[in-house]
Write a protein that binds this ligand. Structure first.
Ligand code: ADP
Ligand code: MG
Ligand code: MG
Length: 909
């Protein structure tokens, strides 16, 4: 809109625009208005139905109401008249094509009303089947087909409509149904006859009247409008919101609605319904994989209510249908060039396709399928690198085993293992429903007694990279008494179990986790394709030689953060550290530091050796000193207790305070109060903003001195042995140029001293961590002294938001629920705010020093969206925990490749 127009003209333009919007897309009779590329508009399901129709596959006809109508509904709580008009037109077209009328006449048309957004959200939104049935049309259906079938379909409609549209609890209907089964002594749903189902329908209508304060709508058109709007509303239900948050899907996209002629899998033993995958989504092998049920309707398979049969059995029961299905799905896979997850229904021996989409898979399967497809010539290597989501590579590093304590409800799982709580739980359910999503998110694994490998539970957990054992027939779950029975043994909430997701085994107790497998051959091949795209280097955060060695195995190209204080917490060192802190003059402090020097030197030497040929960034001491001392409250208690303590108690106190100079019981009277005085001197109201970071090294320069000496002595020693070392000394928490200059001077002086003493030099850099907004603002100044920057985005997030990282969990859940924050800013970098500081500081720093090396070393360094950001703003490297190195490598490659190939990245969401 480059030109300015008069208001009236603009009004006209916008109204005529509105009439131009195509809201409804028809599919049927061999052609569709839309196509497979239109996922934004038609949703994944709608696009798939259009594409399959165009490919002349057997798809029941219907139409898709596009996502814009949903967004309209979100804005105005209703859709525009134009949507209604286009829908009625499409309905007429469908009725003509089918030679039927919606819910009318001797052969009534019945439809499903199905949700379907751009990214698949299995089971998170709603779908209604058999719409169009009412007191008359059910009789017509009974006459044409079978009475039992007709009444069963009608009662399903009332149940689904009652729940989804009229918002009546599912349990209200279940109670009626179960009571009827009990009265008729029926074991299975299918044991109820037509007469019994008729009774159920009457009871259901009463349930509707009682809870919705209205009758079940008899007018088919009214049913359709109400169902459509309810599906639009289901975009905003809690589980859908939750799923979007976990999967980072935009809340504004909206869902499309698909209205489609029903086909019936519940017409008897020559009918059925099923779902499947063109390859194994758990382990990626090339095999036909899926499940079906005879005489059943769609939801029966995916909801996990009945445990289905393996799809290969279909070959024996209906060989022709089986072959046709294999043929179609193979074609679909070739067409989409990706593994497909499909739904089908067989009505009286005739096959219908109801859905196809790129299937969700585990990381293992994702890598294998990508490799196979390149081999088969289906996709290129460039495409292949987008077929795996960076976080999925985690699967190769974390054991395929879940170990945890049993919980029986999703709420309980959240209570025990929710945000910030460390407990590991296994969610055990008879079957999981999409409402359990919040519990599934926090659980280490999921175990269900019903439902198969294609149930919602299995599909969703696979997408989350979690371990799931679904449909373990031997176990019996009683959610009421909170017990699980397995072959005579009883398990209760809190008992430990282990799950093996690949073999489906459930093991009593806490099994040792299997070692990670970064040397997996297929993974290695895949990473060989990935790495050449990458512009960002990937380093690891590692404090000790063991972690550094691990990090190299995962492909780390250096250490971005080696925290020296972690070395001080070790059992043999903390006494010296404490002596150093307790010293109240420089001389005593130096004596203590001297004892620490050789220990630090040995650690650094180990890390340098592990990183032969790569840079190692070592940070000087950062945390507030009191972290190394006993707690003030504990000291006060001991002082109060001391006068009344018996010999035994005194002995244990001597043991405890030995390292602070207590040689015998007589010393305690002096030692503990002295200690308390020092602890009180060091006490700070806000230690995270207190005497820490470079402030320590400035007030006690001998600490920095000792650390620099340890670093350079180690570097020189290993360098003499032929190891290539590149130490980078990093000063934490600077805010001003002078701070940097002060600490930099010490490091340079000590380096020169050591090189002279040892008659050997190594290359090194001195730089700083940028973790205060002020540092970012004056980055051009700081860069005069700093030879590199590393963004400490944990602290930078903390200081930019003013959130305490350790306490944020009190507010974060509310913030996320209310949508005040979209994501935990400590997990995914806040690009809008904190990111601006990163970008600005990089730019300013490089103005002063064009070759300034810049990286990040917070938790964000291994989070894909943050890595992508780092690529975009031109950092040199990201540094993350060793276990996230693979993920960061892939994320960095995808970011660069997407730019190069000018694609958005064909990720499977
Ligand atoms: P979801 O996205 O939760 O899988 P769907 O819209 O795919 O929801 O529908 C739920 C179930 O109902 C699926 O098993 C589907 O195959 C079945 N279904 C949907 N529409 C029809 C139809 N027109 N005829 C027969 N079964 C249908
Ligand atoms: Mg589906
Ligand atoms: Mg910090």
């Amino acid at each position: 809109m480059a030109t300015t127009t008069l208001p009236e003209t603009e009004m006209e333009v916008s109204t005529s625009r509105k009439n131009d919007v195509k809201y409804v897309y028809f599919f049927g009779g061999g052609k569709a208005d839309g196509n497979g590329k239109m996922k934004d508009v038609l949703g994944g399901k709608g696009a798939g139905l259009a594409e399959m129709t165009n490919a002349a596959l057997p798809v029941p006809p219907g139409f898709t109401i596009q996502t814009e109508a949903c967004r309209e509904y979100m804005r105005q709580n209703s859709v525009s008249k134009e949507v209604d008009r286009q829908m009625d037109e499409a309905l007429k077209q469908l009725e003509q094509l089918q030679g039927q009328q919606l819910g009318k006449g001797e052969n009534p048309l019945l439809v499903s009303v199905r949700s379907g957004a751009k990214f698949s959200m299995p089971g998170m939104m709603d779908t209604i089947l058999n719409l169009g049935l009412n007191d008359q049309s059910v009789e017509a259906l009974a006459k044409r087909a079978d009475a039992r079938f007709a009444y069963d379909s009608y009662r399903r409609l009332i149940q689904m409509f009652g729940n989804v549209v009229l918002e009546i609890e599912k349990s209200e209907f279940e109670e009626v149904f179960d009571a009827k089964k009990k009265q008729r002594k029926a074991k299975l749903d299918t044991d109820l006859d037509a007469k019994a189902l008729k009774d159920v329908i009457e009871e259901y209508k009463k349930v509707v009247k009682k809870h919705a304060k209205r009758d079940f709508p008899q007018d088919p058109h009214e049913q359709l409008v109400m169902a459509r709007d309810a599906v639009f509303r289901s975009w905003q239900n809690d589980r859908a919101k939750h799923y979007r948050r976990i999967n980072n899907i935009d809340d504004m996209l909206g869902t499309a609605v698909n209205v489609q002629a029903m086909v019936f899998g519940n017409l008897g033993e020559t009918s059925g319904t099923g779902v499947g995958f063109t390859r194994n989504p758990a382990i990626g092998t090339k095999e036909f994989y899926g499940e079906f049920l005879l005489n059943a309707q769609g939801e029966d398979v995916v909801s996990g209510v009945r445990t289905p049969v393996h799809i290969l059995e279909l070959e024996k029961i209906m060989p022709a249908v089986y072959n046709q299905l294999r043929d179609i799905t193979t074609r679909l896979e070739k067409h989409y060039k990706d593994m497909q997850d499909f739904e089908f229904t067989i009505q009286d021996g005739k096959l219908y396709m109801l859905q196809t989409r790129n299937g969700k898979r585990t990381g293992l399967a994702a890598v294998r399928v990508a490799l196979q497809m390149v081999d088969e010539g289906l996709i290129t290597k460039e495409e292949a690198i987008f077929r795996v989501e960076p976080n999925q590579l985690y699967d190769f590093l974390v054991p395929r085993l879940a170990v945890g304590q049993i919980v029986f409800t999703a709420d309980e799982a959240v209570e025990k293992a929710g945000l910030g709580k460390k407990a590991s739980v296994i969610l055990v359910r008879a079957e999981t429903t999409p409402e359990d999503i919040h519990g599934m998110e926090v659980a280490a694994g999921i175990l269900t007694s019903r439902g198969g490998m294609t149930s919602h539970a299995a599909v969703v957990t696979r997408g989350m990279g979690k371990c799931c054992v679904a449909g373990a027939g031997d176990i019996e779950v009683n959610e009421k008494s909170r017990e699980m029975r397995v072959k005579g043994q009883v398990f209760k909430a809190g008992d430990w179990i282990s799950l093996d997701g690949t073999t489906g085994r459930v093991i009593k107790g806490q099994l040792n986790t299997l070692p990670p497998s970064p040397d997996d051959k297929e993974l290695q091949t895949f990473m060989k394709w990935v790495d050449p795209f990458r512009k960002l280097k990937v380093r690891a955060n590692a404090d000790i030689p063991r972690d550094a060695i691990q990090a190299r195995a995962f492909g780390a190209e250096g250490i971005g953060l080696c925290r020296t204080e972690h070395m001080f917490f070790a059992e043999d060192r903390i006494p010296h550290m404490q002596a150093m802190i307790l010293a109240n003059n420089e001389k005593d402090r130096r004596t203590a530091l001297k004892k620490l020097l050789p220990m630090q030197r040995a650690d650094f030497a180990g890390v340098f050796k592990a990183m032969d040929g790569y840079a190692v960034t070592i940070r000087t001491l950062d945390p507030p000193l009191h972290e190394f001392l006993p707690r003030r409250e504990d000291l006060m208690v001991d002082i109060a207790v001391l006068p009344y303590a018996d010999a035994k108690q005194k002995k244990s106190m001597v043991e405890k305070y030995k390292r602070f100079g207590a040689k015998g019981a007589a010393d305690l009277k002096k030692v503990i109060p002295t200690l308390l005085r020092r602890v009180e001197e060091l006490h700070e109201f806000n230690p995270m903003l207190g005497h820490r970071g470079c402030r320590l090294g400035i007030t006690y320069p001998e600490i920095t001195e000792m650390q620099a000496r340890a670093i350079f002595e180690a570097a020189v020693t290993v360098s003499k042995q032929g190891v290539k070392v590149y130490p980078e000394v990093m000063i934490p928490l600077t805010a001003t140029l002078k701070e940097m200059a002060n600490q930099g001077a010490i490091v340079h002086r000590v380096a020169a001293e050591v090189f002279k003493e040892k008659e050997h030099k190594v290359d090194y850099l001195v730089g700083t961590m940028i973790e205060l907004p002020r540092a970012a603002l004056v980055a051009d100044e700081i860069a005069k002294e700093a030879q590199f920057f590393s963004f400490g985005t944990n602290d930078l997030t903390q200081t930019t938001f003013g959130f305490s990282r350790d306490d944020v969990n009190k507010i974060l859940p509310t913030y996320l629920n209310e949508g005040i924050l979209k994501q935990d800013p400590f997990a995914a970098l806040d690009q809008e705010g904190v990111g601006q500081l990163v970008e600005m500081a990089t730019e300013r720093g490089r103005k002063t020093r064009p070759d300034l090396k810049v990286g990040i070393c917070g938790e964000h360094g291994g989070e894909p969206s943050s890595v992508e950001f780092c690529h975009r703003v031109g950092l040199n490297y990201v540094s993350c925990s060793p276990f996230r190195v693979l993920t960061a490598r892939l994320a960095a490659a995808q970011a660069a490749a997407a730019e190069q190939l000018k694609v958005e990245g064909g990720r499977t969401k």
